[in-house]
Design a protein around this ligand. Structure first.
Ligand SMILES: *[C@@H]1O[C@H](CO)[C@@H](O)[C@H](O)[C@H]1NC(C)=O
Length: 283
C-alpha cells in the first residue's frame, strides 16, 4: 500500500510540467536577430522582412503530452505571411502535427490550416476561420497527444480530433519523439487566396508574439521517456491529457466549430479521393 503510493508520487513527478521560460526552453534556429526574447524569458517575437523570416524549436523532445502556447499573430495587412507552429520528429518519415496561420489583408480572416503526418505521409488537412481576431490579443493554441488521439484546442475549445486508427490500418504517431517548432515566413506564392495576394513589403517587418509556453509532457532522452505510466494500463493516469478523449461538451463544441468555422475538411473532399475516402473518415 505505502509503496504503491510512493510509486505513484514518484511517477507523477517524472512528467515534466515546465511553465515556460524561453531562454531555457527554446533555441532560435534561424533568422538571427529577427527572433527576440524579452521580459526575462516570458515573451518571444519572430519577425519577417524582405531578407528573411525567423524560427525556433524546443530544446526538449516529447513522446506524448499537452503543449500550450499563446500567440498573437501579425496584425494589419499580413497577406502572404505564414506563422507556423508544429510538432515534428526528426529524420526521414517524419511524424508531424501542424498548425499554420495564413495571413490576410486587413479585416479579412486568417485561415488556420491543420494537418497530421504519420511516417512522412500527410494529406489530412482541415482548415478553419477563427471566431475572434487573432491579431488583437494572445490566444491559446494547444495540442494534446496521447496514445488514443491527437486533439487540437483553440482557447480550450476543441477544433479537431485525430483518433488513433491503427486498429483499422491508419498509421498514428506513437513512437517517434517530437519537438515543438515555430516559424514566421513569406509564403505569398500560395498562402493568401491561393497566392493571388502578395506580401506588401512596405509594411515589413511583420511580427508575431509568443508567451506562456507550457509543456506538460513526457520528455524523451537517450535514456528513454520520463513517463513510465503511459504503457502501464494498470496504474491510474495522473494527468488528464494522458487519457483525454472527447466528452459530450467538447463534442458539442467541436460540432459548433465544424458547422460554423470549418472551411475545408479532407474527409469530405470526394473529388480528391475518387476511390473512396481514407478509412479514418468513414465513421
Ligand atoms: C482571406 O480573405 C478572403 C476574403 O474574405 C477569404 O476568402 C480567404 O479565405 C481568407 N484567407 C486566406 C488565407 O486567403
Amino acid at each position: 500500500m505505502a509503496s504503491s503510493v510512493m510509486l505513484a508520487v514518484l511517477v507523477s513527478s517524472l512528467i515534466v510540467s515546465s511553465a515556460g521560460n524561453f531562454y531555457q526552453d527554446i533555441a532560435i534556429t534561424w533568422g538571427d536577430q529577427r527572433a527576440k526574447i524579452f521580459n526575462g524569458g516570458q515573451l518571444l517575437t519572430l519577425s519577417l522582412d524582405r531578407v528573411s523570416g525567423a524560427g525556433f524549436r524546443s530544446n526538449e523532445q516529447y513522446l506524448f503530452g499537452r503543449i500550450d502556447m499563446q500567440l498573437k499573430l501579425v496584425g494589419g495587412n499580413s497577406a502572404g505571411t505564414v506563422t507556423a507552429y508544429w510538432l515534428s520528429s526528426e529524420g526521414l518519415n517524419r511524424d508531424e502535427v501542424d498548425l499554420e496561420f495564413l495571413g490576410n489583408l486587413s479585416g479579412d480572416p486568417y485561415v488556420l490550416h491543420t494537418n497530421v503526418y504519420t511516417q512522412g505521409k500527410g494529406d489530412r488537412e482541415q482548415q478553419f476561420y477563427l471566431w475572434f481576431d487573432p491579431t488583437k490579443n494572445f490566444h491559446t493554441y494547444s495540442i494534446v497527444w496521447n496514445p488514443r488521439n491527437i486533439i487540437y484546442f483553440v482557447d480550450n475549445i476543441l477544433i479537431r480530433e485525430f483518433r488513433n486508427g491503427q486498429s483499422i490500418g491508419v498509421p498514428f504517431p506513437h513512437n517517434q519523439p517530437m519537438r515543438i517548432y515555430s516559424s514566421l515566413w513569406n509564403a505569398d506564392e500560395w498562402a493568401t487566396r491561393g497566392g493571388l495576394i502578395k506580401t506588401d513589403w512596405s509594411k515589413a517587418p511583420f511580427t508575431a508574439f509568443y508567451q506562456n509556453f507550457n509543456a506538460d509532457a513526457c520528455v524523451w532522452s537517450s535514456r528513454g521517456s520520463s513517463c513510465r505510466t503511459m504503457s502501464n494500463t494498470n496504474s491510474a493516469p495522473n494527468k488528464a491529457w494522458q487519457t483525454q478523449e472527447l466528452d459530450p461538451l467538447s463534442r458539442r463544441r467541436l460540432r459548433w466549430v465544424q458547422k460554423n468555422y470549418m472551411i475545408y475538411n479532407y474527409c469530405s473532399d470526394w473529388k480528391r479521393f475518387p476511390q473512396g475516402l481514407p478509412p479514418e473518415c468513414r465513421h
